[in-house]
Design a protein around this ligand. Structure first.
Ligand SMILES: [Zn+2]
Length: 482
């Protein structure tokens, strides 16, 4: 019995490691920004490398063969580094879309209890390093700072890994920020010898807002309602210039909505409904008023931004957008006859868990027809109805559902968007990236193989083949001639 299990585990593990794995949505940029080398203590150099303080850089120096157990990962904590580079290696990652997500001021107010507390916290010397880079500058500049942070960690890690590869028997895969599809293809052609590719992505089009557009979500909610924004040419020019700069830096997609209404789109409430109380811990009247208005969609500038993204060869991620905003994006793509470029990177299926965050069947079918992908998120609170705790099983149910409603293109529409390190709480079996082979184990399970005819080829498409097709055809990268 034991030897049989062992044989099976070798089968799916080696299948997973050989498959080309693309994670359409994860957040190594978050720990790189907040926990490297050690957050907010760098003003006092002796404290900088305190051994007890969580450090992404230190986590990147772990041995990739020495995987932490699920037990050390708790809830939505940000300081556990589920996407540390050795874990990406252990989990067989080949491409990871790494999202910069700048905390929206309204969100900070909601969790800190109002405007004056945010101002106070931003001045505290202990968090000054964070506030001076990611809170006080404009959303756009904060986003650039986050991208710099992950690029710095990649450079630091590669120095370390090259050094270790000279002396240690454990081979560490290098990591590279990839800015064009051409470079991505070169890396794939190297086979297993190539680096793990990280591609920049941006979560929340508030990141397009510079000093002119400002930060107030309430203002954009009003614009959504009045169409007043159309008149503001200066904001529009700033937003378009920032969009082109992201494109030139190799940003593959923007998840247009996030937590609050922004210059482009309005969001669904970003947590499951039962977490409403959680977000307003200390009560922020403005925050309460503006989140979660499903009557809002795209702004007039938003329409222009979506069109420009299609023209520039960027992908448009509809995750977090209200159903109304999503419908407008589909309509624009139909009008411009755009294939490959509309994606959802980290969602579940509405038919299984009826939350407006999740995609309805007609949307999945539409995305499949337009040759896009639907990246299935790992998180149980999106993949399964409230109160069930089946974890990984609901990931495969969601995958199978999306496949079945995707119609003739069903096999080609499924992808994976883990959302790890995005202050999210994955199932215990998939607590960190190093455990990703377990997803492949599930996809190779007998019932999926037999009942639903899961072939090796289909599993390879789910793990990365479909995402690759979208990157190849939808992300032209022609803004980034590197
Ligand atoms: Zn998200």
């Amino acid at each position: 019995m034991a030897s049989n299990d062992e044989h099976e585990s070798r089968d799916w593990e080696s299948f997973h490691q050989k498959a080309f794995f693309v994670d359409m949505h994860a957040h190594p940029t978050m720990p790189a920004s907040y926990f490297s080398p050690v957050p907010f203590l760098s003003f006092f150099p002796p404290l900088k490398y305190l051994p007890f303080f969580p450090s992404f850089r230190r986590a990147n120096q772990r041995d990739p063969d020495d995987l932490p157990s699920s037990r050390s990962y708790r809830g939505t904590s940000l300081s556990e580094f589920r996407t540390a580079f050795p874990l990406l290696q252990a989990g067989g990652a080949d491409v990871v879309l790494t999202n910069a997500v700048v905390p929206e001021v309204s969100f900070l107010r909601a969790i800190l209890g109002g405007r004056w507390n945010v101002r106070f916290v931003a001045r505290l010397p202990l968090i000054n390093r964070i506030s001076s880079r990611y809170i006080n500058p404009s959303y756009f500049d904060s986003t650039l700072n986050m991208m710099t942070a992950i690029e710095t960690e990649v450079a630091e890690y590669n120095r370390f890994a090259e050094e270790m590869n000279r002396t240690s028997t454990t081979k560490r895969r290098l990591v590279e920020i990839v800015r064009s599809f051409r470079r991505l293809q070169e890396i794939r052609d190297m086979g297993g010898e190539g680096p793990i590719a990280l591609i920049h992505a941006v979560e929340g089009a508030h990141s397009l807002q510079g000093d002119r557009a400002g930060k107030r979500a309430a203002k954009y909610q009003k614009y959504h309602l009045t169409a007043q924004l159309q008149a503001d040419d200066e904001i529009k020019q700033e937003v378009m210039a920032n969009l082109r700069q992201f494109c030139a830096m190799g940003v593959a997609y923007i998840t247009v909505a996030h937590f609050y209404p922004n210059v482009v789109a309005a969001p669904c409430f970003p947590y499951p409904d039962y977490a409403m109380n959680y977000i307003d811990i200390l009560g922020d009247p403005e925050g309460e008023q503006i989140h979660h208005d499903l009557a809002l969609g795209l702004t007039p500038i938003g329409v222009e931004v979506i069109k420009e993204m299609f023209r520039l060869g960027m992908l448009v991620d509809v995750s977090h957008s209200t159903p109304r905003a999503r419908a407008s994006i589909y309509a624009i793509a139909d009008e411009m006859n755009v294939d490959y470029q509309v994606i959802a990177t980290h969602v579940g299926a509405y038919s299984i868990n009826p939350s407006p965050y999740n995609l309805e069947d007609w949307e999945i079918e539409w995305i499949a027809q337009r040759k896009g992908i639907v990246g299935v998120i790992l998180m149980p609170y999106w993949t399964q109805p409230q109160g069930r705790v089946l974890g990984i099983d609901f990931i495969s149910r969601t995958i199978e559902h999306i496949r079945s409603v995707g119609g003739v293109n069903g096999d080609d529409v499924i992808a994976i968007g883990t959302d790890l390190d995005g202050a999210t709480d994955p199932p215990d079996e998939l607590a960190h990236f190093g455990q990703m082979p377990r997803l492949t184990e599930r996809l190779m399970a007998e019932n999926l193989r037999k009942e639903y005819k899961y072939s090796d080829e289909l599993i390879e498409k789910i793990l990365g083949g479909n995402a690759w097709r979208v990157l190849e055809n939808g992300w032209r990268g022609n803004c980034a001639p590197d």
